[in-house]
Structures are given as structure tokens and as C-alpha cells.
Design a protein around this ligand. Sequence first.
Ligand SMILES: Cc1cc2nc3c(=O)[nH]c(=O)nc-3n(C[C@H](O)[C@H](O)[C@H](O)COP(=O)(O)O)c2cc1C
Length: 187
Amino acid sequence: MSEDFYSKRRSIVARKMSPEPIKESDLNQIIQAGIRVPDHGALNPWKLIIIQGEQLATIDKEIILKEYIKKNPNSDKKFQEIESKRLQRAGAVIAVLSSPVDHPSIPLWEMQLSSGAVCMNLLSCAQSLGYAAQWLTEWYSYNDTMLAYLGGRVGIDKISGFIYIGHKTEEPNERKRPNPADVINYL
Ligand SMILES: Cc1cc2nc3c(=O)[nH]c(=O)nc-3n(C[C@H](O)[C@H](O)[C@H](O)COP(=O)(O)O)c2cc1C
């Protein structure tokens, strides 16, 4: 990993990734990095669901497309086509669930933040290994059928994101970054 990895790191949008499978040893390394996050009280209030191979197409067809058509019965075929291939844009997708536990003093907010940290570690690790990767929620992260399919508890757990991992087809352009003066204050 280069010295300036964190100051240069960039996501690559899912539609620009190439979806060949991800090397097993790399995927394992990414997963291990994902679960090595700050976690107040070591509660492990998150779950990772690894989706690859035929499972990508199965979820696209059985969950994403079906739910989309249920909600948009008169939608154009061209939009249905997009929905039918969402996860198949990647070689592997890691769904991260925020799965909080009851705790007398550690707030829910902190457990949810830790789940975001899992997403960021997965993303950074994948990018540090040279993969194209993106953190997406899109509409289906807010769909209860999807949540239940992934093993989540509807009404309690939330989908923090889907980490798409694929192969680079080109180097990304830089995107608009915040003006440091607008967001950083020194006291
Ligand atoms: C929680 C979360 C959800 C996101 N969901 C989407 C999304 O649904 N669609 C989208 O185009 N970008 C989404 N993004 C933004 C992309 O990940 C985007 O590529 C990213 O902001 C680029 O940042 P980077 O180059 O610094 O990694 C999301 C980001 C976060 C943190």
C-alpha cells in the first residue's frame, strides 16, 4: 500500500467495474479487515453477508427485480433490465448489516457507527489491493424483503451498505472534494 493511499483513495462506480470473481485469498483478507474495527464494548453489532458466484444473479432475480416490479408494476422494461443486474456488476458484494444488541450503557448510535466502520474498512482494504470498489445503498438497502433474505431482523437491523468489489477497467477521475476550510475547524 502506498504512503499516500488514504489521501488518494477513490471509489470506482459499480457500472464501470468488471465482474470477474474475486481471488479467494484477497476476499478473505478484505473480510478480515472488515471485522477489525473499533467497536465499543466488543459487541460485534454487525453482520457481513458475502455474495458471489450464482448468488449475485439469484438475489438480482428473486429479490431486487421482484421487489422493484412489485413497487413499480408499470415500469419501463429498460429500468427492469437495470434492476435485474444490480449485484452482477461486481465480482463479489459484501452486505453489511447493523445488528445492534441491547446494552445498558452503550448507545445504539455507537453500534451503528461501528457498522459504518466495517463498510469503510472493507472498502479501503479492497481498494488497497487494487480492486475497483464502491459502497452503495441504492433503494434495495431499505427494502424489508432484502433485509430478511440476508438474515436481518426487520424493524431492528439495518443494511449499512453493499460493498461492491470488482476489477478496474480504467483509473478513476478525481471527484469534487470538500473545501477543508468549510468542514475543518481548529479550536
Ligand atoms: C452510506 C453510503 C451509501 C451510498 N450509497 C450510494 C448510492 O446508493 N448511490 C451512489 O451513487 N453512491 C452512493 N454512495 C456514494 C458512493 O460510494 C461514492 O462512490 C463515494 O461517495 C465516492 O467516494 P470515494 O471516492 O471517496 O470513495 C454512498 C456512500 C455512502 C457512505
